[in-house]
Design a protein around this ligand. Sequence first.
Ligand SMILES: CC(C)(COP(=O)(O)OP(=O)(O)OC[C@H]1O[C@@H](n2cnc3c(N)ncnc32)[C@H](O)[C@@H]1OP(=O)(O)O)[C@@H](O)C(=O)NCCC(=O)NCCS
Length: 288
Amino acid sequence: MRAEIRPFAERDRARLRALFGRAGQGTPTASLWGHEESQAAVFLTPYMDLEPESLFLALLDGEPVGFLAGCLDSARFPSEGRRMGRAIGAHRLFLRRRPLAFLLRAARDGLGAVIRREPVPGRFVDPRWPAHLHINVAPQAHGTGVAAALMNHWLDRLVESGTPGCHLQTLVENTRAVRFFTQMGFVAYGPTPAVPGIRHDGHRLHQLTMVWTAPAGRPPRQRPAPRVEPAPATAGPQGGARHPARRVADPGESAEPAATPAGNEVGSQDPTAGQVGLPPPGVTSPVS
Ligand SMILES: CC(C)(COP(=O)(O)OP(=O)(O)OC[C@H]1O[C@@H](n2cnc3c(N)ncnc32)[C@H](O)[C@@H]1OP(=O)(O)O)[C@@H](O)C(=O)NCCC(=O)NCCS
């Protein structure tokens, strides 16, 4: 099998969209509101439209089997809450049975958390880890090393662009993903609040924030922004972090991941943060 990792190109759009629908099936992250088109509008399309040079594709024998959607500066990217709000309107999710049930359950969970004074997930804003990512590999390519190869391409991009660090938000219960991220140098950071709305096998799931700090001592290279269609690169061997984390994050430091009642996003620079009618932000990506 020939593996290849390369940046997204416009001609990949339809095939990547199809992959989005099938990758992640059966994992806890698949437990969202069950409307694929709007989920893609939140977790995939903005990355194709706004930052294609941070979107990497994994192909096995020419077929896309995985992708990593990254963003170098999360403060300049529309927040998840804002993207979700747009998707609710554009896809009329309040008129669809399963999404409506999800949204009502999310509102009920959020309200319950407020009453019980429990934290709820929020947008993570911290200048030490400004970048973020979502990764999704189809089941047939699990354990092949393509996930690690995707991640290494992304970590290279972070180092080359001089980005100090990266965060991601996954689920505590997604044990395979957590092991993978740990192997790639990410460390857990901050609280693990229950995510409003989501259920897997009837159980509540919990958000886990993980962070990766760029290795010290390597000055950022001054180079032009990568082209959208560079020459293909071949995936490396199975597993292995090329960029071990510089240090373990100290959860005692300031700038905890935001967690507020009613799903408001503390620290968010998004003007729509905390808008009434939006589901609690923290609805965790199926593709982190
Ligand atoms: C997360 C993901 C990218 C990892 O890619 P992968 O190819 O499955 O990862 P790998 O097989 O290289 O590594 C996974 C690690 O977990 C281990 N593992 C395998 N199955 C596991 C399981 N059921 N539970 C816990 N750990 C498991 C692997 O053995 C490996 O650890 P090891 O090398 O110490 O043995 C991929 O599984 C995926 O896309 N999942 C669906 C979407 C998703 O969860 N995205 C990310 C989080 S939101």
